[in-house]
Design a protein around this ligand. Sequence first.
Ligand code: GAR
Length: 206
Amino acid sequence: MAYALAVLASGRGSNLEAILRAVDEGRLDAEVRAVFSDREHARALDVAGSRGVRAVWVDPGAYGDKAGYERALLEGIRAVSPNCLVLAGYMRILSPRFVENAGCPIVNIHPSLLPAFAGLDAHGQALAAGVRFSGCTVHFVDEGVDQGPIIMQRVVPVAPDDTRETLAGRVLKEEHILLPEALDLMAKGRILREGRKAVILKEESH
Ligand code: GAR
């Protein structure tokens, strides 16, 4: 049975598209069971809908507090029994309680070489720091913000005349390669979590 994914996304959904493309092209043996968003008009929901993937808006405003919203979100996610929950441009911080109760690993894609430039405006932070290289990271989500064990990273050069937009565009191209690759390793059972680190197991020889 294909590795079951649930995706949480707040916006454009280009990383979701990259996942679906990799599935179509046979680079990722997985099935996206549902896409959840905190934003009613997130393009990610349209991407899911147009591909026949269940698209669910969970309105944070419809619940008394964050805990209530997260309970509803969790209920929806658990109902599709994912093997892995993917944060693909999800712009809220999940509570430790949510992470504990997810019932499956959670992975996030972040547009910097963590642990550098966690949090918001990663590209602005990278440009302000004057780094020569930036990139993207897929990591496990734990109780900290952008701090869980790193699964994979890709590096891009930073040009002297880069703006947030040009750097973001260059990094995004790499994100679209990285996320399906990391999920493929997860699906193949090749990522082992060992304390603060994630280890990539060698491919089994047949
Ligand atoms: C991506 O660049 C992703 O790395 C970033 O949001 C963008 C979503 O784009 N995520 C974060 O900043 C999370 N902290 P997309 O909606 O087109 O996939």
